[in-house]
Design a protein around this ligand. Structure first.
Ligand SMILES: [Mg+2]
Length: 333
């Protein structure tokens, strides 16, 4: 496990990941991957880079969780289209600051998430360079044209839903930056949400299949910014009611301490990788039924309105308008 060697790592990846997969004609080992698209499906593709010091810090997160996260953030984009993830490409930029064991642990985390979602690694690249590590993942998925969900389909009168309990990730990040010796169970839960987000792939597909969703986006940069993006893409506005906003017990505990900035942190903090989506009035009950059956976990938080000057109006539990000093998340680890 001494100094890193590009060829060794490529061999290690080949050994670990080269497996037959449906639709993969030629995988790792040739100049290109060769993929046969399934008949009647469209291909969706996304790519994302995690950079050391910007998106992760080695002193805050173990390599296994960094590996999990670099797969998860891309899966989240596929989920937001209502698509099924299929093939993945991994580009590693490594430095001599880490050793073979670190890479092995990173790959173990990465593999765990791919396996969970039935994704095959179809190719990639390894380079030694620079001062900081970076991991670029490209993910391909497939979706039936009729089921795909874009950001641009929201209409006035639609209900706005969000999955899970957004805000947990940023609260977890803030806690982990404190580097406390002991964390409570609630605090550890929040930290886990930041270090190892769960991409909502199954929920995205269930929502698409239900035919009830008019627009969808995943939350990478905070509810306020990503909801604004969806409203802009749809040329509408939204009114959100914090009274209905889903909070985890741990987040609620922090909110109860009365720190005035906590709502702002929750709404503008990023990296939750939950889904925001809109639903026509007549399909509202269908989505509530999916929630009741436990097929998804989501909460209605507001309504889409006609396009106004502001793309987003947020009302606090006393129905006063909340003014955020910033909309979204700036990566600072
Ligand atoms: Mg996204």
């Amino acid at each position: 496990m001494g100094k890193l060697n590009e060829l060794d790592i490529v061999r290690r990846i080949e050994k670990k990941f080269a497996k037959p997969a449906k639709g993969l004609i030629t995988g790792i080992g040739d100049d290109c991957a060769v993929i046969a698209p399934a008949l009647g499906y469209e291909i969706v593709v996304t790519t994302d880079t995690l950079v050391e010091g910007v998106h992760f810090r080695r002193d805050l997160s173990p390599p296994r969780l960094i590996g999990e996260k670099s797969a998860a953030v891309n899966l989240s984009d596929i989920a937001a289209m209502g698509a099924k993830p299929k093939f993945c490409f991994l580009s590693l930029t490594l430095t001599n600051k880490i050793d073979g064991k670190w890479v092995a642990n990173y790959l173990a985390g990465f593999e765990k998430v791919l396996k969970k979602h039935g994704v095959a690694l179809a190719g990639g690249n390894v380079a030694m360079a620079g001062r900081d590590l970076s991991f670029t993942v490209t993910l391909m998925g497939e979706v039936k044209p009729k089921l795909k969900v874009l950001r641009s389909g929201a209409k006035p009168g639609d209900h706005v839903f969000v999955t899970g309990t957004p805000g947990d990730a940023v609260l977890g990040l803030n806690l982990s930056l404190k580097k406390k010796k002991h964390y409570s169970t609630d605090e550890r839960k929040l930290i886990k949400r930041h270090q190892a987000p769960s991409p909502r792939v199954e929920w995205g597909m269930a929502l698409a299949k239900s035919g009830a969703v008019s627009a969808m986006i995943d939350i990478s940069d905070g509810v306020a910014l990503d909801l604004t993006r969806m409203m802009d893409a749809s040329a509408v506005s939204a009114k959100i009611d914090l009274m209905r906003f889903p909070l985890s017990q741990a987040a609620f505990g922090i909110l109860e301490t009365g720190k005035t900035k906590t709502w702002e942190t929750i709404l503008t903090g990023g990296e939750d990788y939950e889904l925001l989506f809109t639903v026509r009035e007549e399909k509202f009950r269908k989505v509530m039924e999916l929630i009741r059956q436990g097929k998804i976990d989501a909460s209605p938080i507001g309504l889409v309105t006609k396009r106004k000057r502001k793309p987003l109006v947020i009302l606090d539990p006393e129905e006063r308008e909340v003014n955020l000093s910033r909309l979204g998340f700036v990566h600072g680890v």
